[in-house]
Ligand binder design. Structure first.
Ligand code: ADP
Length: 276
């Protein structure tokens, strides 16, 4: 059976217990899955506590990201690869799922190019920041994924990835999930966060857009602010890469994955590709 790739965000309000319970049920139903997770809220909390507050920058093309100098990268690893990853693995183990947690750099699961400088716009002016540890995934180690699956493990994956010149790089989790979904030929990619899906008005849950045909996806970018743009970009990359459909679902509800697979959220794909 084709693999399901699930991305769960790291924002406030995400119910990891519900996500893990749902993954455990899918595991019992023999539906293979791979989980990619975020950790932005935990990283912010830890950064503040360690006296190195987060800095979010907006690129010249209008995308928001975390400026990741070396100290930030290390705090990012503590939050993502430490607290959040191991918390999810622990929950899944408690539910009898043979979960194994890996960062993208472990076994070069996710590798790519580092962008050590970033051009940002601040106060209407362009500025170049150096010592950035961010990057773009170029290769997914599908052989490693296959070996671990064949041995019976369920994978829980998070950034950072590893660059071609062997430096850990912060990569966007949604786009990492899209690349993995493409590489493992997933039929579905479910992206869960702390909103019901793509909203016409980000402050009003009642303005949910339930369905987007792939050829109209670009026209929907105007609704997305901040990091929601990255989710739409990830959706576009996944669909272009052959993934059947992408669902933007709510991580704050019971059975969030099965709800998304049942069409709750924003479904991006052709109606004929709805296989849930
Ligand atoms: P995660 O950490 O779960 O990956 P983010 O917090 O980065 O997710 O992105 C989800 C956020 O995007 C929401 O909390 C919401 O505030 C914001 N957002 C911006 N525009 C929209 C929109 N049009 N519809 C829904 N959410 C939006």
């Amino acid at each position: 059976m084709a693999m399901l790739v699930v991305k769960v965000g790291g924002g406030r309000g995400i119910d990891y217990d519900a996500v893990c319970a749902d993954l455990a049920e899918l595991h019992r139903l023999a539906r293979p899955w791979l989980l990619v997770h975020g950790g932005s809220h935990e990283t912010n909390v830890l950064s503040e506590a360690l006296g190195h507050p987060p800095r979010f920058v907006t690129s010249a093309s209008g995308y928001e990201s975390r400026y990741t100098d070396r100290a930030t990268l290390e705090i990012f690893e503590m939050a993502y690869c430490g607290k959040v990853n191991k918390g999810i693995v622990e929950r899944l183990q408690r539910l009898d799922v043979p979960a194994i947690g890996l960062a993208g750099l472990d076994g070069r699961l996710l590798s790519g190019r580092r962008k050590s400088t970033v051009t940002i716009v601040e106060g209407g002016k362009k500025k170049v920041l150096r010592d950035d540890h961010t990057g773009k995934i170029t290769t997914v180690n599908t052989e490693l994924i296959r070996v671990l699956y064949d041995a019976g493990y369920a994978l829980v994956v998070c950034p950072p990835a590893i660059s071609d010149d062997h430096v850990a790089v912060n990569v966007d989790g949604d786009r990492a999930a899209a690349r993995i979904a493409e590489a493992v030929k997933a039929d579905d990619l479910v992206i869960l966060s702390n909103v019901p899906g793509l909203l016409r008005d980000p402050d009003d849950d009642k303005t949910l857009i339930p369905h987007i045909a792939p050829d109209t996806l670009n026209a929907h970018f105007d609704y997305a602010q901040g990091r929601m743009k990255k989710k739409l970009m990830a959706a576009r990359e996944a669909l272009d890469g052959g993934v059947g459909r992408v669902v933007l679902g709510d991580a704050r509800i019971a059975q969030p994955i099965q709800a998304a697979l049942g069409g709750r959220g924003t479904v991006i794909g052709h109606p004929t590709d709805h296989r849930a």
